[in-house]
Design a protein around this ligand. Structure first.
Ligand SMILES: [Zn+2]
Length: 284
């Protein structure tokens, strides 16, 4: 008989509700500083699908998350950067957008960003004007130290809200939640933080882009979640014209796969001067 409780369904719901509301009242917000920012909504207003898209959630993972991620933009597009005037910019290495990571994770997984190796300590630059909406130490997690920015349509010139993610930073950025950053502002330094088992990670920036047609977003203390958000191939962020969604981009003719990527020069000027979006490292 142990463990068997016979309660009418209605009573069970009442007890469940009381527990839920008690928990809610006591628990401090995961990101109090976020609550003052434009578009912020509580984590409970973001669907489980979006939580699973950005990472592990409610024990989910593997094939279910991968199916969501593919449907929401994590598919290969064959886009690649072509820096203006043949500038020498730090390049993406073998760890390209949306490649299969199942062999690295011992379960179905995708690479939800691009990796750009650079010497340790190299400054990482804000890819557009924006506001800091996420700061995560990610202890015991592969991502390592992470900063996330939110960019309005006005700040990027794109017709949606964009979120840029920078991980494996050397240390937490001094920029607090809510800090407004200019395009090209230093948001951290390159390193290799993030748990890797016995292997040693090379020094590299993992850079990712999320976007949404809706301005709402949340931060649950572990991840930033744009309402009804999608992943974007970071190369596509630099396209001046639509499409920006991976499904359409994958079907572009071969001649349109090279993306003219704008950047900041070592003297701090932008190329082209009028750009609202730049590569996350300075170029020579
Ligand atoms: Zn990566």
């Amino acid at each position: 008989m142990r463990g068997k409780l016979f309660l009418p369904a209605g009573l069970t719901l009442v007890i469940g509700g009381l527990l839920a509301s008690a928990g809610h009242g006591q628990r401090p917000s995961a990101c109090e500083a976020c609550e003052k920012l434009a578009g912020y909504v509580m984590p409970s207003e973001i669907s489980d699908e979006i939580r699973k898209m950005v990472g592990k959630y409610k024990g989910g993972g593997g094939p279910e998350n991968v199916a969501i991620q593919k449907a929401r933009g994590v598919i290969e597009t064959q886009l690649y950067p072509a820096f203006a005037g043949g500038a020498a910019c730090p390049e993406i290495d073998s760890e390209k957008w949306a490649i299969d990571y199942s062999h690295k994770r011992r379960q179905a997984a995708l690479h939800k960003g691009i990796d750009i190796p650079q010497p340790r300590g190299t400054p990482i630059r804000a890819i557009a004007e924006g506001v800091v909406v996420g700061r995560f130490m990610n202890q015991g997690n592969k991502k390592g130290i992470e900063v996330m920015l939110r960019h309005t349509p006005q700040q990027t010139g794109l017709p949606f809200w964009t979120y840029s993610q920078y991980t494996h930073l050397a240390e937490m950025s001094p920029l607090p939640i809510g800090a407004r950053v200019e395009i090209g502002a230093e948001i951290g330094k390159t390193s290799n933080t993030g748990k890797m088992g016995r292997r040693i990670r090379r020094d590299a920036l993992h850079f990712a882009i999320l976007y949404s047609a809706h301005p709402e977003w949340s931060n649950d203390g572990a991840v930033v979640t744009p309402k009804d958000g999608y992943f974007m191939d970071p190369n596509a962020f630099y396209r001046l014209q639509p499409p920006h969604d991976s499904q359409s981009l994958s079907r572009l003719p071969e001649g349109q796969k090279a993306i003219a990527v704008p950047y900041m020069k070592t003297d701090g000027s932008l190329e082209p001067a009028s750009t609202k979006r730049i590569w996350p490292y300075v170029c020579n």
